[in-house]
Design a binder for this molecule. Structure first.
Ligand code: SAM
Length: 243
């Protein structure tokens, strides 16, 4: 049986609670009653839960048994800030495809007014990721970081294969690079970072900075894709190879 899944706002070893919008939807639209059964995501674990009580705008569940959970893919997406409606779409779809973490980055060609208001959008992006995680029955919610300067994000430390989506790259494909990473990682899954440029693309100094930090340019094919198409396609290619 497929049970509807909720992401707990708080939990302990035996119970979990929903508050806010999720609880009010459950109470008013789905007419929550004691005894109704759902899957409950509590941190990185998923439980078969039964409603134990409803009080005001909160729903409390007893956690009955743990359900097997699929972990996120070890993929971090560096997403240059571009038009917000299209970015939202990219965040939603990347979440459905299993991304672990998204870092909005301010690239040189991110439009100025979007770059300036990006940080104010982060909470909304987190909400979109949360809803998409719930809708796609993920057992966790991807982390949406605060907006970062490209330089800081490109220089971040950590063991990872770093891949820069670059439409002018002609020899190395994303698919080939991920296959190589898989072969090199042996039994483990490689940790992958993918950077997506803004609508105007990367400037030469950004490409040089990525290069000096060990990022490899990769292609998604001969056609120039819109930034959100590139982000989603990249996630789909990586997911197809890692899963
Ligand atoms: N500068 C380009 C132009 O105006 O001709 C367009 C940039 S594209 C709309 C936005 C971003 O998507 C690029 O910076 C790159 O990261 C990614 N991208 C688009 N098409 C791609 C492709 N075929 N291969 C790899 N990356 C691609």
């Amino acid at each position: 049986m497929t049970r509807r899944r909720w992401i707990a706002d708080s939990w302990d070893e035996a119970t979990a609670s929903l508050t806010g919008e999720q609880a009010s939807h459950l109470i008013r639209v789905l007419r929550a009653q004691a005894g109704m059964e759902f899957d409950i995501v509590a941190g990185d674990r998923v439980w078969h839960g039964v409603i134990a009580g409803i009080s005001g705008d909160a729903v409390r569940f007893n956690l009955i048994a743990e359900v097997e959970a699929d972990p996120a893919l070890p993929v971090m997406l560096l997403l240059s800030v571009f038009k917000f409606d299209r970015m939202e779409w990219a965040i939603e779809k990347a979440t459905e495809l299993g991304v672990e973490r998204i870092v909005p980055i301010i690239a040189r060609r991110s439009e100025k007014h979007l770059a300036q208001s990006a940080q104010n959008r982060v909470e909304r992006w987190r909400r979109i990721a949360r809803e998409a995680a719930q809708q796609s029955r993920r057992s966790d919610v991807p982390v949406i970081e605060d907006a970062l300067a490209l330089k800081t994000a490109a220089r971040r430390e950590g063991e990872a294969v770093r891949l820069l989506l670059a439409e002018q790259e002609r020899t190395r494909t994303l698919r080939g690079a991920v296959k190589e990473a898989l072969a090199a990682a042996g039994d483990e899954l490689p940790v992958i970072r993918v950077a997506v440029g803004p609508e105007g693309g990367w400037v030469a100094e950004e490409e040089a900075l990525f290069d000096s930090e060990g990022w490899k340019p990769v292609s998604l094919g001969p056609r120039i894709l819109r930034a959100e198409t590139a982000a989603i396609t990249a996630m789909a290619v990586v997911a197809a190879l890692l899963e």
